[in-house]
Every structure is written in C-alpha cells, then in structure tokens.
Ligand binder design. Structure first.
Ligand code: GDP
Length: 299
C-alpha cells in the first residue's frame, strides 16, 4: 500500500497516460507506438529499454494478430515484467554475519535517512545494528545520523567534524567486534568534486575495512535521488568507476513522476536496485521487487 502511494506520481505519468492514449485509438498503428514510446521515455524508463519494450510489443502484436488497442496495457505490463526479471537478485547482502554496509552517495540524496531506515529494517529482523558517522566533513551529517540512531534505537560511533573518516570506520569496526554486532552500517562522505578526490576519500575507508574486517560480509550501497533523473545515472557511473558498488538505493520515488528511472538505472549500470525510498518516514523504505513495482504502477 505504501508502495502504491509512493509510486502514485509515476503511475499517473505512465499508466494513466496510456489509458487515455489507447482510448483515443480505434486500431493499433505506428502513431500509437510512437506516442507510447514518448510516454515511456518521459517517465525516464530509458531510451534503450523503451526501444526494446516497444519492439517486443510490436512483434507480439503482429504475431498474435492483436487488433484492440485496449490490450496494449496488459501486454506492456508483461513485457516490462519480463525485462525487469532479468535483473539480478535484490536482497540486502548481510549474511553470514558479521556484515558491513558502506553507504556512498553525494550530499542531499537521502543517504542519512536511508541509513536510518535500513537500520530500522534490520533491527526489526532481530539483528544487532551499529552505525558509523563516516561523513566527517559536515557536522550536520554527524548530528543527523545521531538523530536517526536515537529514533531507531541503535548506537552511533562518531568523531568530531573534520576528523579522518577512516579513523571513524576503524573505531566502529572495533566496537562492532567487541559488541558482537551483526550489521555495521557506515556513512561516508561523497564529495564528488572529481574522480580522483572521491577515490582518495573512499579508498582509505575501503582499505581499513579490508584490513580490519576481512571476515565480514560486505555490501557497498550507492544512494541516488530518483528526482534527479539522468543526473543520477551520471553519478552512478562515476561511483561505479571508483567503487565496487553492489547495490543501489533509489530515494524520493514518491516525489517524481519519472519513477521509470529505477528501470533505466538498474539496466544501464547492471547493478541491482535493492531498496527504494517512497517517503520520509522510518517505514518508507521498501525492497525492490519487480512484481510489486510493476503492479503498483499498473494497478
Ligand atoms: P544526505 O545529505 O544524503 O544524508 O540526505 P538526507 O538523508 O539528509 O536527506 C535529504 C532530504 O531528503 C531530507 O529532507 C529527507 O527527509 C529527504 N528524503 C530522503 N529520502 C526520502 C524519500 O524516499 N522520500 C522523500 N519524500 N524524501 C526523502
């Protein structure tokens, strides 16, 4: 239900438009395909994915001699589901424990909020969770993480603003060991001035993790803001070059009609979207399941 509400803008952007479209056509022709293409591209599904979906749709319609435009919506739902099902598994990789999740992404995308929400999820599953305030460049980031920690009821390892992020992560790993923590979730600073800079900052943290926590199951999550569309794809490409990103968290899907970006991103980058943010509250982070996603869009 939350997913449905969260995706309502995208639903309006895609399916409601398709409803209007198919009603305005008596038969299926090239103009219809073109308008359909336009709708999908506008929803940020991505040019390649759109072309693929439209081509398959055209083939099926031809082969099965489908005449009624009303059937297009169901066919489209099916094609999208098929294509999305090719994406890899989306479960958070936190087993076997201990495990560590490094969360990367540029400021403002919803990194801190997502960490709080993930902590809440894992805690509800009975896991012992600890947070590390590795974004030491902004005092606000440290404070914000502490607020989430208090809200969710998990401790936060933090140093002062301006201190070495790698030192925070080092301390957090020692604490996680001493306290028998299942999942340590680390915030990081994502200042994307340039690639070299980012590589230096994150590289040091990765090294500490490799050295101090070799036995831990590792997940590197990149957080992206869905409302930034193609910009998010660009960010993801840069991060992918410097880090071994194992999953994506796409936030603020509730704030955009272009939720198709989930599809474009996971396909273009070949990295699974693991979680999607559909609101500001603790519960507003959902696992990304193709079936649920497509159902929420097509009703
Ligand atoms: P950070 O700088 O990346 O750590 O970003 P924050 O976690 O502080 O989030 C920035 C803003 O985005 C805050 O106002 C959050 O409440 C908001 N936000 C984060 N995730 C979501 C989401 O899924 N939906 C909505 N509507 N807002 C979100």
């Amino acid at each position: 239900q939350r997913l449905k509400e969260g995706l309502s803008k995208t639903k309006k952007g895609i399916t409601d438009k398709i409803d209007v479209l198919v009603q305005s056509y008596q038969s299926i022709d090239e103009d219809l395909f073109e308008e359909l293409e336009e709708i999908l591209i506008t929803a940020d599904i991505g040019v390649n994915t759109t072309m693929e979906v439209i081509d398959e749709l055209r083939n099926t319609i031809k082969q099965e001699k489908i005449k009624d435009p009303q059937e297009i919506k169901n066919l489209l739902k099916q094609k999208l589901t098929d294509i999305l099902n090719q994406l890899s598994s989306t479960d958070l990789n936190v087993e076997p424990t201990p495990s560590i999740i490094l969360v990367v992404g540029v400021n403002g995308v919803g990194k801190t909020t997502s960490i709080g929400k993930i902590a809440h999820r894992l805690k509800k599953q009975g896991k012992r969770v600890l947070l590390a305030a590795g974004d030491t460049f902004r005092a606000a980031a440290i404070d914000q993480l502490k607020i989430w920690g208090d809200r969710v009821g998990v401790d936060v390892i933090k140093h002062q603003e301006g201190s070495d992020p790698a030192a925070v992560i080092y301390d957090a790993i020692q604490a996680a060991r001493a306290r028998n923590i299942d999942v340590l979730i680390c915030d990081t600073a994502g200042r994307l001035h340039n690639k070299k800079n980012l590589m230096n900052e994150l590289g040091k943290v990765f090294k500490v993790v490799e050295r101090e926590y070799p036995q831990a199951t590792k997940e590197i999550l990149l957080v992206l803001d869905a409302t930034t569309g193609q910009n998010a794809i660009q960010q993801a490409k840069t991060f992918k070059e410097v880090a071994n990103i194992s999953g994506l968290v796409l936030t603020k899907l509730d704030g955009t009609a272009k939720g198709g970006i989930v599809i474009a991103i996971s396909r273009e980058l070949n990295i699974p979207v693991k979680l999607i943010g559909v609101g500001e509250k603790m519960e507003d982070l959902q696992e990304f399941h193709v079936k649920n996603f497509v159902s929420a869009l097509f009703g």
